[in-house]
Design a protein around this ligand. Structure first.
Ligand code: NAD
Length: 497
């Protein structure tokens, strides 16, 4: 372990909350090795044994919801109730993963096909061993638990590197699991390693790692992939987004405005699937904008002593990004509907900003802002809204408000998840996979896909009886292949006629 210490700070006050070790390569490798030994025990418990223990963890988290949420709120600066919502959603996912792992992953028979009718074919999904999880700070429980809960339910053990901004939350997860599962003292199911990017890179390179589940920016994601490439370690990439919200002419404008403001401003805009761009059709644009302005202008930014509707930026340097985007949107010709450059304060408290009619070339439209800035652009019709929504390299989530055509519009969007007439709703539905395309990454957490993500498919073909004439043997008579080819051609002829 390195002598250096990792302090965690409260964004609301700037006060130091605690100090954690900066773990070096030797420590990380030892953690992965121990997790590998525990993985054999955990796998051996079978689905039922794991389900019982994960449900016990769910109970502990439910009982200690406020205690865990307090650590989240302290380290991120988000309002306490938002932190509680994050833990509530996490508990739902943990329960779903525990309850459904067996149904999704257990051995099942599949048809062997006519050619191999003498075989019994079966498929099962086996754990990878040790999964390394590298997390972000914006939803420090919900986001990594999308990997941790599903990886554990699938039979893996986990070594978790929380963000350097939220190491205390990582420890809360390990603490509550240890309280629920006494065997954890002997078999480390969830080991937390703390530190900066270098500690994460050590995790990627540690011998015995079966997969890395990364959540963070696309830039860091590329570095993680490069490190994993050295040992051909597979990766799951949950990266950033620039999620659009489309408002059709027949939309419920009150609901759409409410969704745009909550989707764009909650958690101070630091949400990977937060609403960053709105495309509203011309005929309802002014009415919609006015509703957004009124709703957003009611929001208050919390201080050290007041909760507020949103907290300060969790990561102080993000303030500069938000300022750059606001300035660029206005200089490019955008119209300030609410707030402006002066809304972005040096202490990291940012009042909600709404800017309309921003050229699509502005960084405020093309790059992830990760702050309480909403760009609202009018479009002549839904076709143009879809074209622009699909116009960035990102493709994480999206929102559509339309009374009659919501799912139709959703099908045309290049992204991983769409909320129709709601916002971010997909994230709270454990059976729905979560993940993106393009710069937003690849692979899926949540749902059946999220369980399979932490497994390898294993196929077994068991011969039930020998064929009268051998096909896959050097004893095969020459006539066999002639007969087989003729039978295949005959089948094609029948299927064409
Ligand atoms: P980040 O990329 O700065 O860091 C993420 C994690 O990677 C941290 O734990 C960090 O210590 C670690 N890291 C940094 N360098 C590394 C390296 N070279 N090797 C290994 N690990 C390394 O991201 P962040 O600022 O913590 O999080 C914000 C980003 O996360 C935003 O872009 C947001 O959109 C994205 N995000 C995505 C999702 C999703 O599910 N798609 C969810 C939440 C956040």
């Amino acid at each position: 372990m390195s002598a250096a210490a990792l302090p965690s700070f409260a964004p609301r006050t700037g006060a130091e909350l605690a100090r954690y070790p900066v773990h070096d390569g030797e420590h990380v490798r030892a953690a992965v090795h121990a997790a590998g030994e525990a993985a054999a025990w955990w796998d051996g418990l079978g689905f039922a044994g794991r389900r019982t223990r994960l449900k016990a963890w769910r109970s502990v988290l439910a009982r200690q919801l406020d205690r865990v949420a307090r650590v989240v709120a302290d380290e991120t600066g988000k309002p306490f109730d938002d932190a509680r919502l994050e833990v509530v959603l996490t508990i739902e996912h943990l329960g779903w993963a525990a309850a459904n792992a067996e149904k999704v992953l257990r051995r099942r028979s599949v048809r062997p096909g006519a050619l191999m009718a003498n075989q019994a074919a079966s498929l099962t999904y086996r754990p990878l061993g040790v999964v390394g999880v590298i997390g972000p700070w914006n939803y420090p429980v919900f986001t990594p638990m999308g990997s941790i809960a599903y990886a554990l339910a699938a039979g893996n053990t986990v070594v978790f590197k929380p963000s350097e901004l939220t190491p205390g939350v990582g420890h809360e997860l390990a603490r509550t699991l240890a309280e629920a599962v006494p065997e954890v003292g002997r078999y480390p199911l969830l080991t937390v390693v703390t530190g900066y990017g270098a500690t994460g890179a050590e995790l990627c390179r540690a011998p015995g790692i079966g997969k890395i589940a990364f959540t963070g920016s696309a830039a860091t994601g590329r570095r993680v992939m490069a490190a994993c490439a050295e040992n051909l370690v597979p990766v799951l990439m949950e990266c950033g987004g620039k999620d659009p919200l489309i408002v059709d002419a027949d939309a419920d404008l009150d609901a759409a405005a409410d969704a745009a403001v909550w989707g764009g401003m909650s958690n101070a805009g630091q949400t990977c699937v937060g609403v960053e761009r709105v495309y509203v059709v011309e005929q309802v644009a002014e009415a919609f904008l006015e509703k957004v302005r009124v709703a957003a202008s009611r929001l208050r930014v919390g201080t050290a002593t007041t909760e507020g509707d949103l907290g300060p930026m969790t990561m102080p340097s993000q303030t500069q990004v938000v300022r750059r985007h606001v300035t660029d949107a206005l200089e490019a010709g955008g119209r300030a509907v609410l707030g402006g450059a002066s809304s972005v304060r040096d202490d990291g408290r940012i009042e909600p900003v709404v800017i309309a009619d921003v050229p699509e070339t502005s960084v405020a439209v093309g790059e992830e802002t990760f702050g309480p800035l909403l760009v609202v652009n009018r479009v002549p019709d839904v076709d143009e809204a879809v074209r622009r929504a699909n116009g960035t390299g990102y493709g994480l989530g999206a929102t559509v408000f339309s009374a009659a055509h919501g799912e139709e519009i959703a099908a045309r969007l290049r992204c991983g998840m769409v909320a129709v007439n709601g916002v971010i709703s997909f994230a709270g539905i454990p059976s729905l996979p979560f993940g993106g395309v393009g710069e937003s990454g690849f692979g899926r957490i949540h749902g059946a896909d999220g369980l399979r993500e932490f497994t390898r498919a294993q196929s077994v073909a068991r011969q039930r009886f020998a064929l009268p004439v051998p096909v896959t043997s050097f004893r095969r008579p020459p006539a066999v292949m002639r007969a087989l080819a003729a039978a295949l051609r005959a089948r094609e002829w029948v299927s064409r006629s």
